[in-house]
Design a protein around this ligand. Structure first.
Ligand SMILES: Nc1ncnc2c1ncn2[C@@H]1O[C@H](COP(=O)(O)OP(=O)(O)O)[C@@H](O)[C@H]1O
Ligand SMILES: [Mg+2]
Length: 254
């Protein structure tokens, strides 16, 4: 593997995460430039979600350093890291079922979650326009007054991505957004993430190689907690170690 180029927005150096003596993560260096979209692939149990946990502060690294936007956040609380502009989308969409689509978007506005009593306060006209434009973009506009519990799985994914878009987060950690989606839904999800690239920094964990190809972005392959390969999808998927450890197990390269 070539020496990684130092990256400016997110830097992970010498990070291990050890659970009961088991090293779930062992990354000597992982960096992402501002505005980039990085895809992280790797077999089940490779440490992909743990990597996001360490970046978001949910898990404290056992050793090493996490730097976001030139701030050493290694010992920061998850709420402090979130306030710095790190947003997360989990494998299972975490939207509020008993609220409407529009209310979920209101709740995602900066500061709203910390001030529950302001949930139904008036957003500015600019915020309202932004929410409506996003709902239009994600084909949810016709559903804006429907309860989130009545959405399809794909619509819930887009609602959650839209909520991240409106939240003001700058670094987005997106865990397996295409899981369980149809081909058409997958294509729209890829388009949305690509739209965020450039004015957000994204880390997207994904198993679906067709989706990864669509994203057309730099790929890092994790295996047993370590960075196995890093580069374009073609470079990574032709790496003998990656084929041996991951793609050889039935994950087609294209
Ligand atoms: N909080 C935890 N406590 C104990 N083991 C954990 C914890 N989080 C993750 N692990 C273990 O770390 C390894 C990596 O898990 P994970 O990051 O979820 O992998 P991936 O997302 O790549 O499938 C797994 O073996 C998992 O069981
Ligand atoms: Mg995972």
């Amino acid at each position: 593997m070539s020496t990684p180029v130092r990256s400016d927005f997110l830097q992970i150096e010498g990070v291990t995460a050890v659970f009961d003596g088991f090293k779930a993560l062992d990354v000597s260096y992982f960096g992402v430039d501002w505005g980039d979209l990085r895809v992280v692939i790797g077999p089940n149990g490779a440490g992909k979600t743990t990597l996001c946990d360490v970046i978001s502060g949910k898990t404290k690294p056992t050793t090493g350093k996490v730097v976001i936007d030139e701030k050493d956040v290694t010992r920061w609380r998850d709420t402090e890291i979130s306030a710095l502009g790190v947003g997360r989308k989990f494998q299972t969409p975490s939207v509020f079922d008993s609220l409407t689509v529009y209310e979920n978007m209101e709740l995602a506005l900066p500061g709203r979650r910390r001030a529950w009593q302001n949930l139904f306060g008036r957003e500015t006209a600019e915020q309202r326009d932004r929410i409506l434009a996003l709902l239009e973009r994600t084909h949810l506009i016709g559903r804006k007054d429907h309860l989130a519990r009545d959405l399809s799985h794909g619509q819930r994914q887009w609602l959650e991505i839209s909520m991240l878009m409106v939240s003001g987060a700058r670094l987005l950690l997106v865990d397996e957004p295409a899981a369980g989606l149809t081909d058409t839904e997958t294509a729209l999800t890829a388009d949305l993430l690509l739209e965020l690239k450039g004015n957000h920094t994204l880390i997207v964990i994904e198993h679906d190689m067709e989706f990864v190809r669509r994203l057309g972005s730099r790929v890092t392959c994790l295996c047993q907690g370590r960075v196995l390969a890093d580069g374009t999808l073609d470079q990574v998927s032709s790496d003998p170690q990656v084929i041996e450890a991951y793609l050889g197990r039935g994950k087609a390269g294209r």
